[in-house]
Design a protein around this ligand. Structure first.
Ligand SMILES: *[C@@H]1O[C@H](CO)[C@@H](O)[C@H](O)[C@H]1NC(C)=O
Ligand SMILES: *[C@@H]1O[C@H](CO)[C@@H](O)[C@H](O)[C@H]1NC(C)=O
Ligand SMILES: *[C@@H]1O[C@H](CO)[C@@H](O)[C@H](O)[C@H]1NC(C)=O
Length: 191
């Protein structure tokens, strides 16, 4: 009996290492979400909003937690071929782990899953004049991410009703990395 339990215990430990471990799905420690990120996959049930010149086709640069617990996001986006900087301050809502920001309506989002060190999955709903649409995004600490995590995210998008054609791999497009590297002021200026 003891041996069986030991075997079971070991296989659980092993299974945990196989999956990326330290994965968090609620009660996020936002101080660990701080810092540099890259947009890897962008998905929406309204494809036109994430296509070129779509207002939701934004590329993340960094996330910072403000003293009042709101989040400050820095993004770039391409308008008419030019990369511009765009920032958002997102306030907490009354719902656990949820944030909200005004941008073409009200956007409410929350993290679905993260390991803080490699990736974040999050989901956003935009509410505008009685209509709504959904956006799901995968961010990574590096410019690219393993196929395994990308595929798991894509599956999650499809489970949430976003068809495959509306799931865009942003590593294959111009994400304004040049503008990003030329640099806005160091993020410490926001603290
Ligand atoms: C939090 O602080 C930021 C920056 O000062 C400000 O823009 C935002 O409105 C504040 N949010 C709340 C809920 O106080
Ligand atoms: C990103 O990573 C995937 C999977 O590892 C790889 O197939 C792809 O070529 C990479 N893309 C770029 C732009 O490096
Ligand atoms: C966004 O924030 C960064 C850092 O504070 C700043 O350098 C940049 O000018 C801001 N962009 C806009 C459009 O305000």
């Amino acid at each position: 009996m003891k041996l069986l339990l030991l075997c079971l215990g070991l296989s659980l430990v092993y299974a945990d290492q196989e999956e990326s471990h330290d994965v968090v799905t609620s009660n996020f420690d936002m101080s660990k979400v701080e810092g540099e990120w890259y947009s890897i996959v962008l998905a929406s049930d309204r494809r036109e909003y994430i296509e070129e010149n779509g207002f939701m086709r934004v590329f993340v640069k960094s996330i910072h937690v403000l003293p009042n617990s709101s989040l400050f996001f820095q993004f770039h986006m391409k308008t008419n071929g030019e990369c511009i900087s765009i920032n958002f301050t997102c306030d907490k809502t009354e719902v656990q782990d949820e944030y909200s920001v005004e941008y073409r309506g009200i956007n409410k989002f929350h993290i679905l899953e993260t390991d803080y060190e490699k990736y974040i999955f999050y989901t956003l709903t935009n509410y505008y004049e009685g209509t709504q649409f959904k956006l799901m995004e995968l961010y990574a600490r590096k410019k690219n991410l393993s196929q395994k995590i990308k595929e798991r995210f894509e599956k999650l998008c499809q489970e949430n009703g976003i068809v495959k054609e509306n799931i865009l791999d942003l590593t294959k497009v111009d994400r304004c990395l040049e503008a990003r590297e030329m640099g806005d002021a160091p993020a410490s200026s926001t603290k």
